[in-house]
Design a protein. Structure first.
Length: 307
């Protein structure tokens, strides 16, 4: 029996076709009592971590949120990961507090603008101001979410040879001004806070870059309130031969996939035949976009597997 599993992460959609037993268990892809090599296992673990990161980024952040890169001045850089992690956690706590303060101030301004609008109902400037205040308030009322990665570099030459310098890559909920967020990082001269732009750079580009060479005790850290990707499976809609036809005839057929999953744009399709069980595995990647052309796709190892 063939399974069609959809994984939806915000606008990102993955569709996997693979074989299962009648009771729903996946059909083994390796002979009994065989294990992958350490290199194969490492590649698999890295790929799974990257996929998880990409899914979480797309499920929780869009172009109203920020991608930020806080850095340290050499003289201020901590020398342990524990100290660096404490700094970023404290920064995030200050941002959360600042968001709450800004929300209170905007609600007060909205009440004043609404009162003024009642006295001047035809004032277009007041109407526009009220709409802008409502937009900002709505964003600040969203739960505060983040994902961050710590990177460590060690100076090889000069007076600081052997010393460490850390920096971070950070997805963070919008609502505050980017310049405000940059100014709140007090440990370095650069923090580079910009809107996350998945439709310009590709929905996976930033997340794949951030997780490609993780440092420290965890690949990435994130707030507990992140929205998780949604998975939905259907069995028996396609036969084994039907999946094989997808693999051999539809891998590059953009029109076919966009017609099958309406509202999504085709990005890429992978197909591979398992040498042990003889079944075909197919994965299509789609993205919900208003653009005429789909975003650039650059994560080459997104769904490759070692059987």
């Amino acid at each position: 029996m063939q399974r069609e599993q959809k994984t939806t992460s915000g606008p990102l959609l993955e569709i996997d076709f693979y074989p299962v037993f009648e009771d729903g268990r996946r059909i083994p892809t390796r002979a009994p009592k065989t294990k992958p090599t350490s290199a194969q296992q490492k590649k698999y673990n890295d790929t799974q971590a990257t996929k998880k990161f990409i899914r979480l980024a797309n499920a929780n952040f869009d172009n109203t949120d920020f991608l930020m890169h806080p850095t340290y001045s050499p003289s201020k850089s901590p020398q342990t990961e524990q100290e660096a992690r404490r700094d970023i956690v404290n920064y995030l706590r200050r941002v959360k507090t600042r968001r709450a303060s800004e929300l209170r101030a905007l609600n007060k301004s909205l009440a004043e603008a609404a009162a003024a609008s009642e006295a001047l109902p035809n004032n277009e400037y007041l109407k526009q101001s009220i709409e802008e205040l409502k937009r900002k308030i709505k964003k600040l009322e969203e739960p505060f979410r983040y994902i961050y990665v710590i990177e460590k570099q060690v100076y090889k030459t000069g007076s600081r040879a052997g010393l460490a310098n850390y920096h971070f890559h950070l997805f963070i909920t919008g609502g505050l001004n980017s310049k405000v967020l940059e100014s709140m990082w007090k440990n370095g001269s650069r923090s580079n806070c910009n809107n996350f732009q998945p439709e310009r750079f590709g929905p996976e580009a930033a997340a794949a870059y951030m997780s490609k060479d993780p440092q420290g005790s965890k690949r990435f850290s994130y707030s507990r309130n992140l929205k998780q990707p949604k998975k939905k499976a259907k069995d028996g809609r396609l036969t084994r031969r039907g999946v094989e036809r997808l693999a051999k005839l539809r891998v590059d057929d953009r029109a076919y996939w966009e017609n099958r999953y309406k509202g999504y744009r085709f990005l890429r399709c992978y197909a591979r035949c398992n040498p042990y069980n003889g079944h075909w595995y197919v994965t299509a990647i789609m993205y919900k976009s208003s653009e005429k052309e789909p975003p650039t796709w650059t994560a080459e190892d997104w769904l490759t597997e070692d059987f």
